[in-house]
Design a protein around this ligand. Sequence first.
Ligand code: NAD
Length: 327
Amino acid sequence: MTRLLVAGALHPTGEALLERIKTQGVDVTYVTDPDPTAYLPHLPQADALVLRTQPLSAEMIATAPDLRVVSRHGVGYDAVDVDTLSARKIALCIVGDVNSVSVAEQAMMMMLAGAKQALAAHYATKGAEGFDWHWRNLLRAREVYEKRLLIIGYGRIGRRLAKMADGFGMHIAAYDPYLSQSGAWPDGPAAEVTDLDAALAEADFISAHVPAAKGALLDADAFAKMKRGVVICNTARGGVVDEAALLEALNNGTVAAAGLDVFLSEPPAPDNPLFSDPRVILSPHIGGLSNEAAERMACACVENALTFLAGTIDPALIVNHGAIHDS
Ligand code: NAD
């Protein structure tokens, strides 16, 4: 009988799937305690491990003699010792593209909120301190229609956003030097741009969809090249947009509005000066955490563990596919 250890709480649909597979002969141990070490006592008995965000070190892996597959509830695996798994020929699986729609919608929402000055409009309607109904006559709300959107990073999320923005009648350009180098720019609504400085100077909206890297992609130099009144959106990773440079660009009028789902430290300090500006709309890193995406993720990670053991998994979902199939 397969012994499946699930470390961390799943969406209710994932829990229902666990109940179903129990009736099909899988021995499920489900540990919902958020303490990152709570699942460890069960690891020595597991053939398969579904892992939410807990670390999995070489020492922990050493306690699991029967482990054959680790299935991440997500796509990242920074906290997992992949080399040790590979050395033991234990597979590491990730879920496929379960949340790009959700993140792209978050970015689109933030761009619209920035264009329409949604927070200021909300305060003006309620007559909140510093606002009144006559705010409407300042004509601060703008349209996205026929505006220029620059998408930086044209991967799964960037491409979803391009389709959505196309529906709003935006003119879309994307900058992705790695994709350009591959020569495989996909058909679709985004024009390929290779000169980032020129693209920054033309854009009315800029949305970042790149992985985290050392140093900010949008720093003070980048803001200095932008058009006055640009709307900035970061649903990628904290630090991709330099927060101090963004604050300065809001204060000097370069940036008209911003949407931030991700922060350099999370949760961010509540006295972050960006947080008191009604032109900045915030969310607590929920881009990929819609209810629907969480549901897809919960089911996918359980299914990946079982389809790996059954030999029917899509090999593209196995991070260390090469290593575990070497002889
Ligand atoms: P992806 O790998 O499909 O696409 C990323 C693209 O960025 C690639 O095409 C790559 O070539 C390009 N790229 C890398 N460095 C670049 C650079 N310096 N300039 C321009 N392009 C560059 O990734 P994705 O699934 O689209 O995710 C994009 C980002 O969104 C990642 O940072 C990811 O961590 C983040 N993300 C956030 C959330 C959230 O909850 N807010 C959820 C999922 C993903």
